[in-house]
Design a protein around this ligand. Structure first.
Ligand SMILES: Cc1cc2nc3c(=O)[nH]c(=O)nc-3n(C[C@H](O)[C@H](O)[C@H](O)COP(=O)(O)OP(=O)(O)OC[C@H]3O[C@@H](n4cnc5c(N)ncnc54)[C@H](O)[C@@H]3O)c2cc1C
Length: 341
């Protein structure tokens, strides 16, 4: 029996757990047990308030070629769900997007172009539409189509898929990773604790990137509009509400809603899309993104045990989770952990 523990039930923990479990089951190696151990589960993880728009964001110095591979894998995974009967349950939507900026390097690049659908640069005339009444004008923009997979729906869907395949779930906080690895009966431990790794591993490279958003009802909004300036706002439709954003305040651990941030969000989004004046405000939400100088995805040997780290996904945990989970599985297979299968 190969016993695998995945610590953390955010998008990265759940994706990693499913990847491992489904791989061994599909290979007919049924002597594998995968358990997710976590302090919090959906709807109380970092992703649960996010819009879940596909798009790499706030990833520090993470290797771009890896980000490209991971984010492409997720796009393909979302495409499969979108075209399956699970799309509605999993909250997967295909949405038109417009990215706007005054800095061409932020907008146009092969990186996005070969993953999303139908990417085209906006013409000067099209940009004019978004520049009305603006002091600082957008000078470039791109329109394309991609997915949202709001974790408040995606996570319950993935958890159900995991449990249906025989995955185990345990609510538990790990306070000492070293002794857990040493003393537990698990052969493989996958650490997907996000910001929790700062404390659990004394990893000072991990820091919070505070994000505040507002949710409104605006059922005529089907398009995501993203101002990619450093202090830009964004509007992202989900199935039952629209997310207005947002802040990205590094090393800010305040989880309370801040009135000043709310003003910035509401006013900024209304200036992008004036019709939002007539939207119904639903609620505000704050999450702490797990920032890191670069995403950590690597394996360490601990005696006859294997410890795999998968954390530090910044503002892109949803975008990268399926691709990163694939690499977690590859690290596990490459390590050839000795266990009777
Ligand atoms: C406002 C906002 C908007 C965002 N929008 C997007 C977006 O549109 N697209 C996108 O791709 N990303 C977005 N993100 C980023 C994304 O939400 C995160 O990158 C992602 O949720 C991180 O997932 P994770 O699984 O790594 O960590 P988390 O979701 O933080 O999960 C960590 C898990 O580990 C558990 N844990 C921690 N410590 C311990 C411990 N000691 N013992 C046991 N369990 C522990 C926690 O309880 C939790 O279950 C957004 C984030 C915010 C805040």
């Amino acid at each position: 029996m190969l016993r695998v523990a995945v610590i953390g039930a955010g998008v990265n923990g759940v994706a990693s757990a499913i990847k491992i479990l489904e791989h061994y089951q599909d290979e007919k190696k049924l002597n594998v047990q995968v358990t997710i151990l976590s302090e919090q589960f959906t709807p109380h993880t970092t992703g649960d308030g996010s819009a879940g728009l596909w798009g790499p964001f706030l990833l520090g110095g993470t290797d771009e070629s890896k980000v490209h591979k991971w984010s492409r894998d997720m796009h393909l995974f979302l495409e499969q769900i979108w075209l399956s009967e699970d799309a509605g349950e999993a909250g997967v939507c295909l949405v038109p997007c417009v990215r706007l900026s005054s800095d061409p390097s932020v907008i146009v690049g092969d990186f996005w172009r070969d993953i999303v659908y139908g990417a085209v640069e906006l013409t000067a005339e099209q940009l004019e539409v978004y520049n009305k009444g603006r002091d600082v004008k957008f000078t470039c923009g791109m329109s394309f189509v991609t997915y949202t997979s709001e974790p408040i729906k995606l996570l319950p869907y993935l958890m159900k898929r995991f449990v249906r395949r025989g995955g185990q779930v345990e609510q538990r906080k790990i306070t000492d990773l070293e002794s857990f690895v040493r003393e537990s009966s698990y052969d493989v431990i996958v650490n997907c604790t996000g910001l929790g790794s700062r404390q659990l591993l004394n990893d000072d490279d991990v820091y919070s990137v505070r994000g505040q958003v507002s949710r409104v009802r605006a059922n005529w909004v089907f398009t995501a509009i993203l101002d990619e300036s450093d202090d830009g706002n964004y509007i992202i439709p989900n199935t039952e509400s629209v997310v207005l954003g947002g802040t990205h305040q590094e090393r800010d651990y305040n989880t309370n809603v801040c009135a000043k941030d709310k003003r910035f969000i509401i006013d900024g989004c209304r200036s992008l899309l004036p019709g939002l004046k007539h939207s119904e405000h639903l609620f505000d939400w704050v999450g702490l993104r797990p920032g890191r100088v670069q995403l950590r995805l690597e394996a360490e040997r601990r005696g006859n045990k294997l410890l795999i780290h998968n954390y530090g996904h910044g503002g892109s945990g949803v975008t990268l989770c399926w691709g990163c989970a694939d690499d977690v599985l590859n690290l596990l297979l490459a390590a050839k952990v000795k266990a009777k299968l």
